[in-house]
Design a protein around this ligand. Structure first.
Ligand code: SF4
Length: 304
């Protein structure tokens, strides 16, 4: 097998910042209870590595961040890189919690663009993924925003003005967004577009589009990570026949690979580089006819 370690891949600046802030908060407050509402970034290994540092993640499965705050009575609450709505932040402060907000600068910049457009009297259309925390924060912070996630919703959209401001979630697919923005422009030709897919998402997706003649692409990342899902989606649209999703080397089914294949490996912006490197290094030396055991996962270096 020829193994192509696709670059760039893995941790983006926003994820690195969020993890560093969490670790720093623990170091500076060794005795304080520290909680995160929802995953700080979408990766279960990161969540577990933080738990081992006594930073617990409060589940937001089937409930809002606002409701999840009811589980925290004291200490410090860390807010994720995806951005958090103002009413959640206010509730935390009113409960007497200290708030550490790890919002990514790119997410913040999209929120500021929306705020400016609304202040200038423009209507705002926001394209995002339903239920994603980044979109949720936008919808909750800016109640008048028109939220759309697909062509059907764009077709049904009814805005009142000719020049609405249009922007989007930072981690969408660079292919799909073109399609969605085109649909908006066909409907509202003078819409004012600000494509806010972040640089980290864009260059990871472009690296796949630039890779040639891969028989398979292994995408390492969490199923809940939107930018990881978009890498897999871009790869399929790019014509790569075998797109294999794994969270770590332990999910890899070697029967899916062939010795004469050219296999790319990439990972989402929330996937620890250590996990991806483990896959690359293992595949570079494995004998598919007689594979050696998978390496163990060392949680003490997951966050590096
Ligand atoms: S994927 Fe982009 S927006 Fe999200 S944390 Fe990383 S740099 Fe920030």
């Amino acid at each position: 097998m020829e193994i192509i370690d696709i670059k760039p891949r893995g941790y983006c600046k926003g994820v690195v910042k969020a993890i560093r802030m969490a670790i720093k908060t623990r170091k500076e407050n060794p005795e304080t209870e520290i909680s995160i509402i929802g995953a700080i970034v979408h990766n279960k290994f990161v969540v577990e590595a933080l738990r081992r540092k006594n930073i617990k993640t409060i589940s937001t499965a089937n409930r809002s961040r606002f409701d999840a705050l009811d589980d925290i009575d004291s200490g410090i609450v860390i807010l994720s890189a995806h951005g958090t709505s103002q009413h959640v932040i206010e509730k935390a402060i009113n409960k007497g919690l200290s708030v550490v907000d790890t919002i990514c600068e790119d997410v913040k910049s999209t929120q500021e663009l929306i705020q400016n457009a609304l202040t200038n009297g423009q209507e705002v259309i926001y394209i995002g993924k339903n239920g994603h925390p980044e979109s949720n924060a936008i919808i909750e912070n800016f109640k008048s925003v028109y939220f759309v996630s697909n062509i059907e919703e764009i077709n049904k959209l009814e805005v009142k003005t000719k020049y609405p401001f249009v922007t989007n979630q930072t981690t969408l697919s660079i292919l799909e967004i073109q399609h969605l923005l085109k649909a908006i422009l066909e409907k509202i030709p003078e819409a004012n577009i600000a494509n806010e897919i972040c640089n980290a998402t864009r260059i990871r997706q472009e690296a796949i589009l630039k890779s040639s003649a891969l028989d398979a692409l292994i995408v390492v990342g969490d199923p809940s990570s939107n930018n990881t899902n978009m890498l897999a989606s871009i790869a399929s649209k790019h014509g790569i026949k075998n797109v294999i999703r794994i969270e770590s080397i332990h999910d890899l089914d070697l029967n899916q690979l062939k010795t004469n294949w050219r296999v790319g490996v990439t990972s989402g912006a929330s996937t620890p580089n250590y996990l991806t490197k483990q896959v690359v290094e293992y595949l570079k030396v494995v004998n598919l006819a007689s594979p050696h055991p998978y390496p163990e996962i060392d949680y003490s270096i997951i966050l590096d």
